[in-house]
Design a protein around this ligand. Structure first.
Ligand code: FNR
Length: 369
């Protein structure tokens, strides 16, 4: 009642505006919150605005191809649906709605450890040769973690993203102010801990995560699975270099959507730090680099691809689209990004993703504070 029609959503921010008014308050608080003063959360998006285009003219852009490959999988457009916990807070069907949207648009879905649907339900919802990845929170009990990883591999998951920016969950005050009631959110995979509901959703579900996880554990992960392993939440070039030494397949430059360390830098800024150093040392093909955080426009995706990312993760916009409109919302959000991307590739003078190069950007303003 009084809700804007789906067709009135013209960009990803519009879904957030609608979701804010239709979602239950604790659900809105959990999805929309960032850590502390939310400075990093805001910066994630605004960092893209400090990067300007240097478009090429008179390039034949009659046919534009925005498809690319991520970890060997061909996708329609260089984004994936990143892992976000508790899908049923926003939609009674939960994460499977995102599975269906990802299938329709031929993009990859990263399944969260803390999904509301069970892992198997989300895998069962996959269609045809659809590809899924798994986001992993590492349990203090490594046997539980090993089971989760090997089960995922057996069920066809094609990439393991170990979250490394959350030895403890950040303080999301908006979330903490609303008392968490997990009826309807139906958290899975937490190892059956007794849950303390007095500190918001994030605190309630995260007590099993192992804060002692360290570089020493990485060889063990490489030994228990053949899936490519990526570290999600890397924030400095030194750690990218270490990741290469460890033999992992990739990293996601990310600050967890601004939900962990406040005043951490945005993924796009870290990417601008990392890529020139990898190129200098001839390491750019040794590892796949992804970013996430604040991606809302196809121009944001294009900027990341120009700098050398293999793709970008998008989180909240699909949660908001799913909460406000269900699958048709997710479908429209993805289609809007595809339409924007084709148009902006034409305007920047690139007919395919490989044509996006660093010289098409002016990043002088992005690296000065
Ligand atoms: C997240 N994110 C996240 N990351 C992770 O590794 N495990 C998780 O369980 C979650 N859960 C989660 C819940 C919600 C509600 C949000 C918004 C985010 C972080 C997520 O994968 C990603 O890093 C950010 O969401 C990217 O930023 P945007 O696109 O939301 O701005």
């Amino acid at each position: 009642k009084g809700m804007p029609k789906l067709e009135a959503c013209y960009n990803l921010m519009d879904f957030e505006t609608v979701a804010r008014y239709v979602m239950k308050k604790p659900a809105w608080a959990y999805y929309s919150s960032g850590a502390d003063d939310e400075i990093t959360m805001r910066e994630n998006h605004s960092a893209f605005h400090k990067i300007w285009f240097r478009p090429k003219i008179l390039v034949d852009v009659e046919n534009v191809d925005i498809s690319t490959k991520m970890l060997g999988t061909k996708v329609d457009i260089p984004f994936y649906v990143t892992a976000t916990a508790l899908g049923k807070l926003g939609n009674p069907e939960g994460e499977v709605v995102l599975t269906r949207g990802a299938h329709k648009h031929n993009v990859i879905q990263m399944i969260p450890t803390l999904a509301s649907c069970s892992f198997d339900e989300i895998v069962d919802a996959k269609q045809g040769d659809q590809v899924q990845w798994l986001q992993l929170y590492v349990n203090k009990d490594r046997e539980i973690t090993k089971k989760i990883v090997q089960h995922a591999e057996a069920r066809g998951v094609k990439g393991l993203f170990i979250t490394v920016d959350a030895p403890q969950l950040g303080r999301r005050e908006k979330d903490m102010r609303t008392k968490f009631d997990d009826t309807g959110s139906n958290v899975q995979n937490t190892g059956g801990d007794n849950v303390d509901r007095s500190q918001g959703a994030a605190r309630a579900i995260s007590s099993f995560i192992d804060p002692s996880l360290s570089w020493k554990d990485i060889p063990w992960f490489l030994s228990i699975t053949k899936m490519p392993i990526l570290l999600k939440g890397v924030q400095r070039v030194e750690d990218v270099l270490k990741a290469i030494e460890c033999g992992v397949h990739g990293v996601v430059l990310s600050n967890h959507g601004g939900r962990q360390l406040d005043t951490a830098r945005s993924g796009i800024e870290v990417l601008a730090e990392v890529m020139p150093i990898l190129r200098e040392r001839g390491l750019q093909d040794k590892i796949e680099i992804y970013i996430d955080g604040g991606v809302r426009r196809a121009t944001d995706i294009i900027k990341a691809m120009c700098l050398g990312a293999k793709g970008v993760g998008i989180g909240r916009p699909f949660l908001f689209a799913m909460s406000a409109y269900g699958l048709p919302g997710v479908d429209r959000a993805m289609q809007l990004l595809k339409d924007e991307m084709i148009m902006n590739m034409r305007l920047i003078g690139a007919a395919k993703v490989e044509d996006l190069t660093p010289d098409m950007l002016d990043i002088a303003g992005a690296r000065s504070h």
